[in-house]
Write a protein that binds this ligand. Sequence first.
Ligand code: SF4
Length: 301
Amino acid sequence: MISKELLKSCKLCPRKCGAERFAGKLGFCRAGAEIKIARADLHMWEEPPISGTNGSGTVFFSGCNLQCCFCQNHVISAEGKGFVLTAKELADTFLMLQDRGAHNINLVTAATYVPQIIEALDIAGDKLNIPIVYNSGGYENIETLEMLRGYVDIFLPDLKYYSGELSSDYSGASDYFGCASRSLIKMHELVGSPKFDENGIMKRGVIVRHLVLPSCRHDSAKIIGWLADNFTPNEILISLMSQYTPMYKAKDIEALSRRTSTFEYEYVCRLVEGCGFDGFFQQRSAAEDKYVPEFFDKKYY
Ligand code: SF4
């Protein structure tokens, strides 16, 4: 059983909102005490060493501690779509994905369920023998990440904003960069530098994702500069994403109401290359709705 103390007055993430999740209350993140997911399937749209040839075994958790105004998955992050699983059912879900050939188990937006996920991973035990990927918006507590030591093999965090003004306006988190940058250093401490198998499938390490937003290339430059000041090129990989499209509340925000231009995206690509980082650059054609998977409110597998 997970410690009810952790969710009694929840402080799992930097919001520290104190929601009494075991008393039936939802946190800022919209998560309660029960595990809620909206999809578990093989997914081909992650970075090549994560998706590989068979796909990544993604589990999309409902709720999110950031609530970004441009979230493409807002039906699950903000609107609560999903279905409830016990820890045993979540463990069985991981094993089902492994049986289907997944290269890894990819926990998408899992920060608000870390104690329950650890319980499920303990239930699965040695039967689950593929890497565990922790796919995060980057807004994490160091203490919560420490709980994942020995459970997670690959961290896939976003580093979204440098400016507190941007992170406040777009994600309601003025302390985002301080939390996310400290978390990133902790993630690297937990899993080390990237390692791959003989087929190029990632086994350990950190891939930092950055989505280039419209009108924000100078903020992106500060992020790349911080990464270059704090990591050598062989310590992390960078995934630079161009897929931004105005969705959800962003359609009504002038600065976010257009796609990122080719000039803006390539400006940031050149900075990444200039710093010597290895990683992944996304095709501009990826900026379409096809990257939003179908979500479910009833268990379907
Ligand atoms: S995980 Fe959710 S409930 Fe817990 S502190 Fe963060 S926002 Fe609040």
